[in-house]
Design a protein around this ligand. Structure first.
Ligand code: ZN
Length: 328
């Protein structure tokens, strides 16, 4: 599975083309900030740009894609290139100042083998204030022959002094039709699942690929079966409340399910319903509730999500919600 998906790219072709153009004219700036939603392909695109600029089969800068086979491409892909650094917070809560300091020192050295030394820092909102200030230094005094690509989903929380020293590059979600086609034709995902993913992820290819790999299409149906269509399943709720991440997933699925029910009531065509793989079940929900009921349920799901975010006990709200939305 991942063999198909890792190559079928979450890379943004337009951004890549733009960089091909500016780097061939030697107009590459020192630092860029890639801005866009999570999992939309910002860091994959950054890696692809760095690969392409350093690709041994692209010495004249004429190629539009890296070869993926030369030593430089292979080293970058495996994270073993001595001149290309990728920094993220990993399993910790923030990007440590030590990682930034080390990167700054290494940036001062001449490249060992790369044409262009590069650093990609993923999700700079994870930088500590110290880390951001250290980074500012390199933005103010750039090293020649180096490229810095930073990414973020929440530019508002990044230091404005960091933001203002980078060229912004925006990443937008794909139009739904284009995403659907990519999922079906390039990733060979079944029609029903591709349809669901294209709507559920609101045009975010990276997210769609991730959910596909996790088997989310099957999981969402297990959630719907257990919460909406199976009354005698106390054990499911009990085990669920132990896992905050899973509760969040369940609430998201329920939200999308009841949005669909509301849309169905409004006469929306099934091609716009995420859960169109279960038309009979959606219909059952749609006839059981009137508009106000469904709106009330949606409000209650949103409230439960808020309680969860505030770390409050959600066992009882979740049980009450389930009582309300059970369809037999
Ligand atoms: Zn190459």
């Amino acid at each position: 599975m991942s063999a198909i998906t890792s190559e079928v790219k979450q890379v943004n072709a337009n951004v890549l083309r733009h960089f091909v153009k500016i780097s061939s004219k030697e107009k590459l700036a020192h630092a860029y900030l890639f801005i866009g939603p999570d999992s939309i392909g910002k860091s994959q695109t950054a890696v692809e740009i760095v690969k392409l600029i350093n690709c041994e089969n692209n010495a004249d800068g004429s190629k539009e894609e890296a070869c993926r086979a030369c030593p430089s491409c292979l080293k970058i892909a495996s994270g073993n290139h001595p001149d290309i650094f990728m920094i993220n917070k990993g399993d910790t809560s923030s990007i440590k100042i030590g990682a930034i300091r080390e990167m700054l020192q290494r940036m001062q050295l001449r490249p060992f083998e790369a044409r262009l030394k590069a650093v990609i820092i993923k999700n700079i909102e994870d930088l500590t204030v110290e880390g951001s200030n250290a980074l500012l230094k390199t933005l103010e005094e750039p090293t020649r022959g180096s490229l810095l690509i930073l990414t973020t989903a929440v530019p508002e929380v990044c230091l404005s002094t960091v933001r203002s020293r980078c060229h912004p590059v925006y990443f937008f979600a794909m139009p739904r039709r284009e995403l659907l086609e990519t999922l079906e034709k390039k990733l060979l995902i079944d029609k029903e699942e591709a349809h669901f993913l294209s709507l559920y992820t609101e045009g975010c290819l990276g997210k769609a690929v991730q959910l596909h790999e996790e088997g989310f299409f099957q999981q969402k149906n297990v959630i719907i079966d257990n919460i909406i269509f199976n009354r005698n399943n106390e054990g499911y709720i009990k085990s669920l409340v132990m896992d905050k991440v899973q509760v969040k997933v369940v609430l998201e699925v329920l939200l999308s399910w009841f949005r669909d029910a509301l849309l169905m009531k409004l006469g929306t065509k099934s091609e716009y319903l995420a859960h169109s793989d279960r038309p009979q079940d959606l219909h059952q929900v749609e006839v059981k509730y009137d508009f106000d009921d469904i709106r009330g349920i949606i409000q209650e799901i949103v409230n439960t999500k808020r309680l969860l975010n505030e770390n409050l006990n959600i066992k009882i709200p979740l049980q009450l919600l389930r009582e309300k939305i059970w369809v037999g």
